[in-house]
Design a protein around this ligand. Structure first.
Ligand code: CP3
Length: 345
């Protein structure tokens, strides 16, 4: 740092309490913004945005220009990694992602190794590099990846599923083979994120959207252990690098993440009571969350009330204002402004 005050997000992740918390939103670059929809129509498909550094940089910048969020998150997707490992990936309009699935240990031999992913992912690193040059000096750049369990659920099912049954089934039937898949994703994710940091990402966030599907010892084995391994290795390579975990739906499992000692922040999903997060998590980690994205559709008095409630409950400790999950395409850009007025006064 050249004497300038450290960026707000980095200060909070280092344990500071700020009078006005930093704020950003999951999926802040996305379909609720007319400028995103316009560029996406020009680009072709979603993946054409992700793999084109001009487009990906531009869509990452759009919500920063419009709202001045304290952080920008790299525009990419958690499923680019399986694609870099050799899987076919496509998105069906109005439905979601599709991959040609890996369903047994023998299928793993068809995948590439952890060091063979960078040709495909090169444009992502280029986007990070451009962003770190273009972002306002006060804006923190967040790099990310899916956590191994969540990525595995898509690789095994070949699509999103309501209950992640295909991956859970393999995990119980063949723990050794499934463990090899988790290890491959874990090790590739470390290499992927290390390149993002080298290109200029200042914070790393790990998205475990489906960790809530893991019961018993499997939460520790497939959600906690790989996430800790990734955070530990990244911190060994880049001392002081802040890492945010997002074990969505983990309920009491959040405590295990907080106690692991390698996460500087934890993103809480909509189901986590804010006062519980304050009492149980916030003395150990910065807390990020967890406004219901529905409120950005409805707006009104409820939006104001719930925003103020979060500020009151979590604002007395290290706190990053965010949603409990991504803003949806139906979110109203005017309600985002309203939310920001409440937070920033
Ligand atoms: O938050 C951001 O703005 C950064 C970019 C980002 C995207 N996806 C862009 C995206 C991030 C961090 C993700 C993470 C991601 N991707 C997760 C974990 C977080 C979560 O939402 O639980 C998951 C599970 C995925 C996989 C994925 N990507 C799905 C299931 C879908 C289809 C559902 C949908 O919203 O359409 C996507 C598509 C996707 N990823 C879009 C965006 C902006 C929509 C693409 C479009 O049609 O323009």
């Amino acid at each position: 740092m050249t004497g300038s005050p450290k960026k707000t997000l980095l200060r909070v992740l280092a344990g500071e309490t700020l009078k006005t918390p930093p704020v950003w939103m999951m999926r802040q670059a996305g379909r609720y913004l007319p400028e995103y929809r316009e560029l996406r129509a020009t680009a072709g498909g979603f993946l054409d945005l992700c793999y084109n550094p001009d487009f990906a940089t531009e869509v990452t910048m759009q919500p920063i220009r419009r709202y001045g969020f304290d952080a920008a998150i790299l525009f990419a997707d958690i499923l680019l990694l399986p694609q870099a490992l050799g899987m076919d990936l496509w998105f069906v309009e109005g439905e979601g992602p599709r991959l040609n699935p890996v369903t047994c240990a023998a299928d793993l031999t068809k995948l590439k190794g952890k060091d063979d992913i960078h040709d495909v992912l090169g444009p992502v690193y280029e986007t990070v590099k451009r962003l770190s040059g273009e972002l306002p000096k006060e804006t923190t750049l967040i790099g990310f990846a899916g956590a191994p369990w969540t990525v595995a659920t898509y690789m095994v099912a070949g699509r999103g599923t309501p209950d992640q049954a295909p991956a859970r089934e393999w995990m119980y039937r063949d723990p050794i083979g499934f463990g090899q898949l988790i290890d491959l994703i874990t090790e590739s994710t470390i290499e992927y994120l290390a390149k993002q940091v080298e290109a200029g990402a200042e914070v790393i966030k790990l998205f475990d959207s489906w960790s809530g599907a893991l019961g018993g010892s499997c939460f520790e084995e497939y959600a906690l252990k790989p996430a800790v391994r990734i955070a530990t290795e990244l911190k060994a390579r880049f001392p002081g690098l802040p890492v945010i975990g997002f074990p969505r739906g983990a309920s009491g499992g959040y405590i295990k993440f907080a106690d692991a000692g390698v996460f500087d922040g934890l993103a809480i999903d909509t189901s986590v009571p804010a006062d519980w997060a304050r009492d149980v998590l916030q003395s150990k980690v910065a807390v990020q969350g967890n406004l219901d994205p529905m409120l950005l559709i409805t707006g009104g008095e409820s939006l104001e009330r719930e925003t103020n409630r979060l500020l009151e409950i979590l604002g007395q400790g290290p706190y990053i204002f965010n949603l409990g999950h991504g803003i949806t395409p139906q979110g109203d850009p005017a309600n985002v402004e309203k939310m920001l007025r409440v937070i920033r006064g």
